[in-house]
Design a protein around this ligand. Sequence first.
Ligand code: C2E
Ligand code: CA
Ligand code: CA
Ligand code: CA
Length: 278
Amino acid sequence: AKKAGRSCFRFYTAAIQEKASRHLQLVNALRVALELQQFSIHYQPQLAMAGGQLVGAEALLRWTHPELGNISPAEFIPVAEDCGLILQLGEWVLRHAVRQARQWRDQGLALVMAVNLSAVQFRQPDLPALVARILQEEGLPASALELELTEGVAMYDPQQAIAVMNVLHEQGVRMSIDDFGTGYSSLNLLKQFRVYKLKIDQSFIRDIVTDPEDRAIVAAIIHMAEKLGLLTIAEGVETAEQHSWLRAQGCNELQGYLFSRPLPADAFAVYAQQHQPA
Ligand code: C2E
Ligand code: CA
Ligand code: CA
Ligand code: CA
């Protein structure tokens, strides 16, 4: 048993070392990636339930490393958060997504640009000033920007988070809660959050057609949101059955592969041509 225990331990440390060296590799690669412009943004359509028009776009970061290939944001965002590079990277995404929204506006395509914000960015006292500066420099009205926050933003200091939301709200920026239902925020906090939309996490949407518990959760979120005067958007909608069930429940907006994958800007513009209100 002792022997097995030891080799098990060895295996365990090897796995940790491997993970640590990948982490280190990514930290180093991230540092140069910003300078070398290895990042790009894909945009995923957000559609109104009623009418099916395009109402928004979610900006999703993409990283193609010359040797490591495409690296998922689910892997590199946490690394960027650990080493502090998320601040630079987050500012890069915000500026470029806002610039893109402005360009589309100039071409007659008005939509809300949703940008993911890390809890680390949200903790910066100068965040509202940074957002205001970027909007002003890029010439986009605040009402055309939505910041997607996870419930984790409130983990560090709920009162500070609420104060920052109040300032952003006064500036006219919209805020939504991403991955709603998976985090820790209490209903009491939700009441104090200056958000206008809940993004129902895709883990609840996946099995809504077959799983009565997921159905109960999603229905409860939609109905609660309605009563609180908040909009709801379902993420990860992949099937027509999910779509029609969500419609019957009164969910307001939709996002998912059923409609479109996240697209490079030019492909998004083509998609938009076909889904604009007449
Ligand atoms: P998220 O914000 O929850 O984004 C939704 C994720 O679901 C995206 O993955 C999107 O491509 C994927 N998705 C959309 N529709 C479907 C669908 O119908 N089915 C399935 N299975 N997946 C769908 P992606 O682009 O890999 O991003 C992963 C996560 O990385 C994001 O989750 C977000 O937390 C983070 N992320 C991406 N870009 C940024 C960014 O610019 N800043 C920050 N802070 N985080 C980002
Ligand atoms: Ca998101
Ligand atoms: Ca999400
Ligand atoms: Ca997520």
